[in-house]
Design a protein around this ligand. Structure first.
Ligand code: 13P
Ligand code: SF4
Length: 357
């Protein structure tokens, strides 16, 4: 039962003390969140992984790319554990290193490799945190950088100081929404689809491109629609609509605000008057906010329950299993990024951590 599982998790954590640290993403279910030592968005959790040098193990309750990032940033000898190895991210899987390298070569044919008069190279690669370590390594090796939804605009500014244009992957929506908010016209953002490469038959619009978007998307956030926002506004006068920037552009444009999971939490926490919030992000987080702030009326824009199915794969049973393994001296489900990939990936991540949001 849940009570027994909670008891097992608590007992194992007590025996391990500071030897094990549990990190949890905001999208985790409550049964897992209650055991987290740190709860955060993907940027905060990447930072948290660096602030626990004494822990022998970091148990990452989130998805695979987050655990990889923690492993890259953790101290040597620290083990990062993903309680269920099947907790991936469908968006991260939409850009693979071979396709990105192929794209990069074709873009080099279009744009060349020579810097302009201001010393800016033709293209800077920017990967969303939601990507494999191999793509972060690619960025590290090619003058690029990582961003999260909480620092995407600052990171794009960093990139435009060094490059004439940006190749942004895997999430087309975060790339488009961020660049548009920075004043880049949508027409200057062609989309790269490996099945329909721009390549040699690129039109003049591609030559003018400022941001080349990969064709990836989040299957949870692409469900939100403008019609849902209109329905919420019709039903609740004065409703404040806040969505995650992984939502399609039309949805972000129709909302009152867009921001990372931490941005959404802070916006709700800062509201002093009782407010109605319609939120466009993962349901576990929305429901938790609703429970935490009963003075507000908080609901998910999508009336059909939409959990992130892979975040949900971290069941408390897996958490108990890996913690009890550690008690016995056994490391289960370790995420270990090979050194040759970790080196470049760390460069790209450290560039991001050095850019202040
Ligand atoms: P945050 O960076 O806002 O935590 O988002 C991570 C994520 O996976 C959103 O889908
Ligand atoms: Fe990936 Fe979307 Fe789930 Fe975030 S919510 S982990 S982007 S599938």
């Amino acid at each position: 039962s849940n009570d027994q599982l909670n008891e097992r998790i608590r007992a194992a954590k007590q025996l391990l003390g500071s030897r094990a640290v549990v990190l949890g993403h905001f999208y985790q279910r409550d049964e897992v969140v209650q055991h987290a030592d740190f709860l955060g968005d993907s940027f905060q959790l990447a930072n948290a992984a660096q602030t626990v040098p004494d822990a022998e193990a970091i148990i990452f309750c989130g998805v695979h790319f987050m655990a990889e990032t923690a492993d890259i940033l953790a101290k040597p000898g620290q083990a990062v554990i993903l309680p269920n190895l099947a907790a991936g991210c469908s968006m991260a899987d939409m850009a693979d290193i071979d396709s990105v390298e192929d794209c990069w070569e074709q873009l080099a044919e279009v744009y060349g490799t020579a810097p302009d008069a201001a010393g800016r190279v033709p293209i800077i690669p920017v990967t969303y945190m939601n990507s494999s370590a191999a793509l972060k390594d690619f960025c590290g090796r090619n003058g690029g950088i990582v961003c999260t939804s909480s620092n995407a605009a600052t990171v794009l500014e960093w990139a435009f100081e060094r490059g004439q244009r940006v190749l942004f992957f895997p999430d087309q929506h975060l790339g488009r929404n961020t660049a548009k908010a920075m004043g880049i016209p949508v027409e200057l953002m062609p989309m790269w689809n490996p099945h329909k490469p721009l390549g040699g038959n690129a039109g003049s619009d591609v030559l003018d491109a400022k941001v080349i978007l990969w064709h990836g998307f989040c299957s949870v956030h692409k469900r939100f629609t403008v019609a849902q926002i209109e329905a919420a506004r019709a039903a609740h006068v004065g409703v404040r609509v806040i969505v995650h920037p992984e939502c399609p552009m039309a949805v972000v444009d129709a909302a009152d605000e867009a921001g990372s999971t931490d941005y959404i939490r802070k916006a709700v926490a800062a509201a002093t008057e009782p407010t109605t919030f319609a939120i466009g992000t993962e349901i576990n987080m929305v429901n938790r906010l609703a429970a935490e702030y009963p003075q507000h009326r908080i609901f998910c824009l999508d009336p059909v329950i939409c959990p992130c199915s892979t975040m949900y794969r971290i069941h408390p049973g897996y958490l108990a299993w890996v913690l009890e393994g550690l008690v016995r001296g056994e490391v289960i489900n370790q995420i270990s990024v090979p050194a040759d990939v970790a080196t470049g990936a760390r460069v790209a991540l450290e560039r991001m951590l050095a850019v202040r949001p």
